[in-house]
Design a protein around this ligand. Structure first.
Ligand code: NAG
Length: 209
């Protein structure tokens, strides 16, 4: 008799969470808040909301970092809204690099599909963890920590990454410091770099001031 009572109590307990939905495809016409987008009406949801075909093609690596990140976050792929997950594709041409950056909202796991990639992160205690990864290797980057990926071979490298959030966020340290109009003097005071170096980096990364 105990088991049926136990099962009945489980059913009763789960019914108290009746508000849980199967999914919440993002309604991109509305604003995005801390909890993501509001839900598209279920009657308007189709299978295409749960499929994203944009990671099949290489991103354009004709740029200063010789690399491209193609995101499938909730903004591009509204089906992941509310599910706590997302993905992206990394293309690194020979000599390519994803500069030091952080995703404030997500941990990341990277799988190398082609080529080799030197990847690493820096802990909040400033311990460094980096390694040259080959095809099939995966590496995890804990949430919020600064990390990077560098093509470690002479040929194009390809990786796919997944995130523990549909909106991981991305801040690239180099652009945060040298890609805007924060006055050179303040950057010098806060980084201990000399003004000439800062102006040079601003020139390369699109900053001014
Ligand atoms: C890649 O980007 C470069 C620089 O923005 C541009 O000149 C080029 O046309 C792009 N190539 C493709 C295939 O879109």
């Amino acid at each position: 008799m105990i088991l049926p009572i136990f099962i009945a109590s489980l059913l009763f307990a789960s019914s108290s969470f009746a508000a849980v939905q199967d999914f919440c495809v993002g309604d991109l016409s509305g604003p995005e808040g801390p909890a993501g987008f509001s839900c598209k009406k279920v009657a308007k949801v189709t299978v295409d909301d749960f499929v994203f075909s944009g990671l099949g093609a290489a991103g354009n690596t004709s740029n200063i970092i010789k690399a491209a990140v193609t995101p499938a976050f909730s903004t591009q792929f509204p089906g992941v809204n509310g599910l706590g997950i997302s993905m992206a594709r990394l293309d690194l041409a020979a000599g390519g690099v994803i500069p030091m950056h952080t995703h404030p909202g997500a941990s990341e796991v990277l799988v190398v599909v082609q080529g080799s990639i030197c990847a690493g992160f820096i802990s909040s205690a400033n311990a460094v963890y980096f390694k040259s990864l080959k095809k099939g290797d995966i590496m995890v980057f804990p949430q919020g920590l600064l990390h990077f990926q560098i093509n470690a071979g002479g040929s194009p490298a390809l990786a796919f990454v997944s995130f523990s959030s549909p909106a991981p966020g991305l801040q690239i340290l180099d652009y945060a410091l040298f890609g805007n109009n924060l006055p050179t003097e303040l950057i010098a005071q806060t980084t201990f770099l000399d003004s000439a170096t800062i102006k040079k980096l601003k020139g390369v990364l699109g900053g001014s001031g």
